[in-house]
Write a protein of this length. Structure first.
Length: 163
């Protein structure tokens, strides 16, 4: 499948340059990082949350764990994890579980982790389990500029977020 058509259209409409990185089939963002030989903190994973008001895509480094309470505090919502069976309706042109970190392309609200603004290169799921999209930091920040961001995750290795 390679890159989802919605992502191609979105990136082209925004004038964003990108490359596609192929890797062996993987099930998680951390596995994708290892298979693609890129640092896990440079892979932006998407965690889909929901409440009675709708869905939110939380974007954070692959080697971090989401703190839902921090997202709820920032957005003043009562979000919880969405179930994978809900993803097909949200990301119709993506394989199950291969959720891209560009939720805005799919009309879904996004909140992203501040740590990603310090990463030189950003890689995101392309919509399948064998490809990542490579973006330069400046282009990722351009895409995320108008979206809410703060510290929403913890580094699994260290246990807390640090500058």
């Amino acid at each position: 499948m390679a890159i989802a058509k919605t992502l191609i259209t979105y990136l082209d409409d925004k004038g964003i340059s990108y490359d596609l990185v192929e890797h062996a089939h993987t099930a998680t963002a951390v596995e994708s990082a290892h298979a693609a030989h890129v640092p896990a903190h440079q892979v932006a994973k998407a965690v889909v949350l929901r409440d009675e008001s709708g869905y939110v895509v939380s974007v954070l480094p692959a080697n971090h764990s989401l703190e839902i309470s921090w997202v709820n505090a920032e957005l003043d919502r009562r979000l919880e994890m969405a179930e994978e069976k809900e993803f097909k309706a949200l990301f119709e042109d993506c394989e199950s579980g291969a959720v891209p970190a560009l939720g805005e392309a799919y009309g879904i609200q996004v909140i992203w982790d501040d740590e990603l603004q310090y990463t030189r290169d950003i890689y995101i799921e392309a919509g399948d389990h064998e490809h990542l999209i490579w973006l330069e930091r400046k282009d990722f920040k351009k895409l995320m500029a108008s979206l809410p961001h703060t510290i929403i995750s913890k580094d699994e290795e260290v246990g807390s977020w640090k500058y």
